[in-house]
Design a protein around this ligand. Structure first.
Ligand SMILES: O=C(O)CCC(=O)C(=O)O
Ligand SMILES: [Fe+2]
Length: 280
């Protein structure tokens, strides 16, 4: 796992402890949630923090900046404290089980990196500080020449992501050394990828690798991502000398990403936080 996180920033886990029943129930609930009329989906925003239901890319100024997908982006605090559809027991049960798995995986990777056990993730990442994102990628009628993505190339702004992708329809690709690699569906496996925060915390040892989703002209695709995140005031630092990144809080990181997306139309990410940052 540690080697894959260093070389690829991605790996798959089987025998992960999330039962097929939990995965099936969650996915059925997800399909149902997206089948609702558009207005009902928009209403979810009133129940949760604003921005829960998203479609396309609000900041896009041309077609090839538009993500051909819709999503419910749910802060787990809402799941813990609310009783609306998105917090149905199926989704809650999925989130709870995956939270345990994320904590376990982060602990193993931390221990491998530090050479000793660490309570950092138990101390700073609670289920309530994590996020769940349900994605739906409708069939896309655009010709390949239009270069429309289901999800634009990006890295995740968390410690790690656990992804339950569609067990039939592929589309996820990771980008390594300028080449694209398709992550084939495996119904038994969950996909894990390293996010920006783990890259900073491990001083660049574990890699937050760019990934994207390509469209499919004929069939829709679903995926569910669990983002393992710390509380806002958690300080991220590698405690390594020399350190590639300066110390920053998760709040600072989120705000910088939002500011860049607003001003530049894209996330700059970790390169903003290097000790000798080239961006001002
Ligand atoms: O749908 C997928 O396979 C990937 C989703 C993803 O990368 C994300 O939600 O950040
Ligand atoms: Fe992602």
């Amino acid at each position: 796992m540690a080697r894959a996180s260093e070389e690829w920033g991605f790996f798959q886990v089987v025998n992960h402890g999330v039962s097929p029943e939990i995965l099936d129930r969650m996915r059925r609930e997800q399909v149902k949630a997206f089948k609702q009329p558009f207005d009902r989906k928009k209403e979810e925003d009133d129940k949760f923090s604003a921005g829960t239901y998203r479609w396309g890319t609000p900041t896009a100024t041309c077609l090839n900046q538009l993500a051909w997908s819709e999503a419910f982006h749910i802060p787990m605090t809402d799941v813990v404290s609310s009783s609306s559809f998105s917090c149905s027991s199926a989704i809650e049960q999925f989130a709870t089980t995956v939270a345990d798995l994320a904590q376990k995986l982060a602990g193993i990777l931390a221990e491998k990196y530090l050479g000793r056990k660490s309570t950092f993730f138990q101390d700073n990442c609670a289920p309530s500080t994590c996020y769940l994102r349900m994605n739906r990628y409708p069939p896309c009628p655009m010709p390949p020449a239009a270069a429309v993505f289901g999800l634009m190339p990006h890295t995740d702004s968390d410690f790690l992501t656990i992804l339950y992708q569609d067990d039939q329809v592929g589309g996820l690709q990771l980008v390594k050394d300028g080449k694209c690699f398709a992550v084939k569906p495996n119904p038994q496996a969950l996909i894990v990828n390293i996010g920006d925060l783990f890259q900073a915390w491990s001083n660049g040892v574990y890699k937050s690798v760019e990934h994207r989703v390509v469209t499919n002209p004929h069939v829709e695709r679903f995926s569910t991502a669990y983002f393992f995140c710390p509380s806002y005031d958690t300080e991220i630092e590698s405690r390594c000398e020399p350190s590639i990144y300066r110390k920053f809080s998760f709040k600072e990181y989120r705000q910088q990403v939002q500011e860049d997306v607003g001003k530049l139309g894209r996330k700059v990410g970790l390169s903003r936080f290097t000790v000798n940052a080239i961006y001002s």
